[in-house]
Design a protein around this ligand. Structure first.
Ligand SMILES: [Fe+2]
Length: 300
């Protein structure tokens, strides 16, 4: 296994100010206040210079998912394997790498068309998190040093089997579990982990999604901080996609809310950390221990 974590997301937004207001005022992320020639805005949650790049566009959707590799050798062998398997791998320029605060990166699309930016050598600046809402810490590391990425994301993958092969055989994720969600006949979600203890870093949903991402997750340390985010979201008039609940697989106790433009954000705590050495993947037909009553806009 080579991929270390899901390091960052690039998000296209028709209203970057609204996204920043949501990111800072509801999620409690910090405005990184980075200069950018194209006018992008940046949100940070830890020592990384940013975790979310919000880029002005005429549509709201995920642009790319940044996947972290531990070193140049692991990164290079992965992009060589992708090219060898017939995938088009495009090297990022030094200027583009600088914008992403990485040493080097290359872009590739998975079989479903999701854009991935494979990078190594994130350039950390160690500016301390000062959350505008008082979030004490976002859970992005374990044992004080190992990066677990910003959280996790679920990507649409209608051709899920070829996508699972792509991620497990070429990117280097490991399959954690498969969920056949109740009420969604014939659909499934494959949860995959990177080389860190987070139960999943990337998951694949076997249907399409107009936003290019089914949801993204950020994790805080306490139930109180989830509750406080709930109150902020209610006060801001944010749509709740799911009430408070707890998942069976990663044990995440979380809410789901809708960001401006329609990307779903899971906000949780208590995510399961796993030692992968003797792990055996599981299959489930139930997504939640309790709660998570879903309310999708336009769906009765
Ligand atoms: Fe999730």
């Amino acid at each position: 296994m080579s991929v270390s974590a899901v390091g960052y997301l690039r998000i296209a937004s028709t209203d970057t100010s609204a996204w920043m207001d949501f990111g800072t005022g509801v999620l409690g992320l910090m405005d990184a206040q980075r200069a950018d020639d194209a006018g992008a805005r940046f949100l940070r949650m830890d020592d990384h210079p940013f975790r979310f790049m919000i880029e002005s566009a005429d549509a709201d959707k995920l642009i790319a998912t940044g996947l972290e590799f531990p070193d140049e050798a692991a990164w290079r062998s992965t992009i060589d394997a992708l090219a060898g398997a017939g995938h088009t791998v495009t090297a990022g320029s030094p200027e583009e790498a600088q914008r992403r605060c990485v040493t080097a990166f290359s872009t590739v699309q998975d079989p479903a068309g999701n854009t991935l930016e494979l990078y190594w050598g994130r350039k950390l600046d160690y500016v301390p998190l000062v959350s505008p809402t008082g979030v004490s810490r976002f859970v992005t590391t374990y044992q004080q040093s190992g990066d677990m990425g910003f959280g996790h994301c679920v990507l649409p993958a209608p051709d899920i089997e070829s996508c699972v092969d792509f991620y497990t055989q070429l990117i280097g994720t490991g399959l954690t579990d498969t969920l056949y969600p109740p009420g969604l006949d014939g659909l499934q979600i494959k949860f995959m982990h990177a080389n860190n203890p987070r139960q999943h870093s990337i998951a694949l949903f076997s249907g399409p999604h107009p936003a290019g991402i089914v949801h993204m997750m950020v994790e805080v340390q306490t139930l109180d901080e989830v509750g406080q985010a709930m109150k902020r979201a209610e006060k801001a008039g944010v749509h709740f996609l799911a009430t408070l609940g707890r998942h069976v697989n990663d044990n995440m106790c979380s809410i789901y809310i809708l960001a401006p433009g329609g990307i779903a954000v899971e906000y949780g705590y208590d995510g399961l950390l796993i030692d992968w050495e003797n792990y055996v993947p599981t299959v489930s037909v139930e997504g939640d221990l309790w709660g998570h009553e879903y309310n999708f806009p336009g769906v009765n």
